[in-house]
Design a protein around this ligand. Structure first.
Ligand code: NAD
Length: 428
């Protein structure tokens, strides 16, 4: 056994801390069940490329600040790498590495022809002016000119970035090439070649996954109750789409706390309230205010964590009463909680499947840009729904075949696909 391999010793299980190890502990279980050979294991666990750049930016007060920027391409075995750009003070190379690997598995699970990447800049965009953010984004794009490309590495928004930053990236990249190249980035404003349906794509995928899982568990949607943690893009749109289809949403939450009404919450009214209330549910009176964490332990059929990572842990997983968890957020369940959920026979639809509707419609955006054509909303939704349903079924079948959880089933589907492709392509 080569000394750089820990193939027989799965990575330690982490609740918090190094996110790369947390990802690897799931990867290891799946790799062992699959009987992945050691050479392929070592190839798939190692990121292809890690780029760290220093970005000097003149701030509005005339001082020059130097920011650190990252881009990690975990894999381009399946195709050009794909992954968002995060602006946050916690951004560091370990986090970017873990998120890049997650993108590889996510793209493979939904069978779209992309590898995985992630980028980020350690900064606090809330404390910066629009001009400072624009200069930072353009400096980052210029530094990554040889990394990005519609056939190489296609960024997208992540925490702290959105369509505005993607527009600056596209413009900077296009200027350097002397022509408009909108397929270099997704998540753009509609007028720059963004796709219809992108904003609600992740929530819609969560809804489709929830229905697919309810069917397996024989939960009648019209009698089902559901709690949703997080009321941002993913949480509120998942809640709205489920509510529209007859699922009773009894609890919602955001950073201001959780709101519970066992009779069901009028979700369009809650969204309207949030939109007229500086984006928060604070003061929402159509439901009883409860402690934020209590939402996780309510007597509901379905729980959708759609806020942040590591909310379901070894310390609280035993209190969960839901029969089904659908992970809208990335990494909401810590590796050590997986076992407790499995013992309690709670079905958990993992993040790399449940929230992959976003990257799927990003892929459609790229396809439309390359075709120079715009699809209608109906086509985007039909095709993404089909991909989400088919992916759920593939993962469900893999989990059944290997007698494991949906999470490990999803990793098995992903690793098997990337490994097979690697074998055909070959190495040196
Ligand atoms: P967002 O910023 O729009 O919303 C986050 C929501 O979570 C807000 O309502 C915020 O108040 C709430 N929140 C924060 N801390 C909380 C806490 N402790 N308890 C309860 N609520 C809390 O973000 P988003 O785009 O909806 O992303 C949410 C999650 O989904 C993240 O993990 C993100 O990585 C993941 N995700 C997002 C997309 C996408 O397309 N937006 C795609 C895939 C995965």
């Amino acid at each position: 056994m080569a000394s750089n391999s820990n193939y027989l010793e799965p990575a330690p299980i982490h609740d918090k801390g190094n996110p790369f190890d947390s990802m690897m502990s799931r990867f290891d279980v799946a790799a062992q069940l699959l009987g992945l050979d050691e050479a392929t294991y070592n190839v798939l666990k190692s990121p292809n490329k890690q780029v760290i750049v220093s970005l000097p930016v003149t701030m509005d007060d005339g001082n020059v600040r130097v920011f650190e920027g990252y881009r990690v391409i975990h894999s381009n075995i399946l195709g050009p790498a794909k992954g968002g750009i995060r602006f946050d003070m916690d951004v560091n190379i370990d986090e970017v590495k873990a998120l890049a690997a997650w993108m590889t598995w996510k793209c493979a699970v939904v069978d779209i022809p992309y590898g995985g990447a992630k980028g980020g800049i350690t900064c606090n965009p809330r404390a910066m002016s629009a001009g400072e953010i624009e200069r930072l984004m353009r400096a980052y794009t210029m530094s990554m000119m040889d990394v990005f490309g519609p056939d190489k590495d296609i960024p997208a928004p992540d925490m702290g970035t959105g369509p505005r930053e993607m527009a600056w990236l596209m413009d900077e990249y296009s200027k350097a090439h002397g022509m408009t190249i909108n397929a270099v980035v997704t998540g753009k404003p509609l007028v720059l070649g963004g796709s219809l349906g992108r904003v609600e794509a992740t929530g819609r995928g969560v809804m489709v996954s929830t229905f697919a899982a309810m069917e397996k568990l024989k939960i009648n949607p019209y009698q089902a109750s559901c709690a949703v943690q997080g009321f941002g893009n993913v949480g509120s749109l998942s809640a709205r789409l489920l509510h529209e289809r007859g699922v009773k949403i009894v609890a919602i939450s955001d950073i201001s706390g959780a709101y519970y009404n066992p009779e069901g919450i009028d979700i369009p009214a809650a969204i309207a309230y949030r939109d007229g209330n500086k984006g928060t549910l604070a003061g929402f009176t159509a439901a009883e205010k409860i402690d934020g964490e209590e939402l996780l332990f309510l007597p509901v059929d379905v729980l959708i964590p759609a806020a942040k990572e590591d909310v379901i842990t070894e310390a609280n997983a035993h209190k969960i009463q839901a029969r089904l968890i659908v992970e809208g957020a990335n990494g909401p369940t810590s590796a050590s909680a997986d076992k407790i959920l499995a013992e309690k026979e709670i079905m958990a639809v993992p993040d790399i499947l449940a929230n992959a509707g976003g990257v799927t419609v990003s892929y459609f955006e790229w396809v439309q840009n390359r075709l120079g054509y715009k699809w209608g909303l109906d086509r985007v939704q039909r095709r993404s729904d089909r991909i989400m349903k088919d992916s759920f079924e593939r993962v469900y079948q893999a989990a059944a075949k290997y007698n494991t959880t949906l999470r490990i089933g999803a990793y098995i589907v992903a690793i098997e696909k990337v490994a097979q492709t690697y074998h055909f392509r070959g190495g040196y």
